[in-house]
Design a protein around this ligand. Sequence first.
Ligand code: SAH
Length: 288
Amino acid sequence: MKKPAVQPNHDPREVLDFGLGTARALEPSPDFLAAAAALGVEFEPGDVDRLGRYLGMLLAANEKANLTSITDAGEAWTKHILDSLTLLAVLAELPAGARVIDVGTGGGVPGVPLAIVMPHLSFTLLEATGKKVEFLRQAAAMLGLGNVEVVQGRAERLGQDRGERGGQGREGGHRERYDAVIARAVGPLNVLAELTVPLAKAPAADRPSGVIALIKGQKAADEVVSAAEALRQVRARHEATLDTPTGRIVVLTKDAPTPRTYPRADGEPKRSPLGGALRRGGDAEPEA
Ligand code: SAH
């Protein structure tokens, strides 16, 4: 029989065996521990062990779900764990119970390492691809991460999900519900702005807006310039670009609620970025 040109998402009734039960925990490299200390990270007992167990599972499951191109353990501590933890600087002030969403989390970066070291915050991991979602659900259960919810879906849909009207106003939903929206390697800033900003809380009389913190590379400054029109349209403001040991973090806030027209339909933000296409050489990343 001929293979279909487009592989269907896996059958949800089939339990994918990623071999997580036998995956070995990775030992942190001395470089990682020194870099984390320099970053000011203070691990609680058990944190480093759980980070190592997560990395072990990520690399073990990689062959089945194409979760990461990084297969070297030492490199994984820096490029996945340390890079994720650079966001601690932005999330540190959030109160207990604050809600954070990681858009396009893939194998769980940066959301899983942050959920391990910030158990007082509530993390939603959003991912479009079924296999990656299945890995995340299994890994979160094995790590006992009670503060993690994994959602399969697209940011375009969640960004329009206002929940249901109930006695106390709207309940549930994802649009403008998050205290922080984070992402790494999901696309250039003019695309990413449309996917992330609608999920962040709009400012109100009694609270500031949600914060949007995006892990970016060396081209961060160029991307901020190219995304000026996109940011204006979704009502976001560039607040800061932070230099970190592994790259840059672009921090956005909101001046007002995002207009109801954004985000547009699935795929539209990437196909036709707000403010025109990013010029060549931008920090574009793969998309589902
Ligand atoms: N953040 C991870 C993965 C980056 S790859 C890391 O840094 O390693 C980009 C991921 O985003 C892919 O897994 C892709 O499936 C997902 N993705 C891309 N566009 C998306 C969208 N519109 N909604 C939800 N997930 C998306």
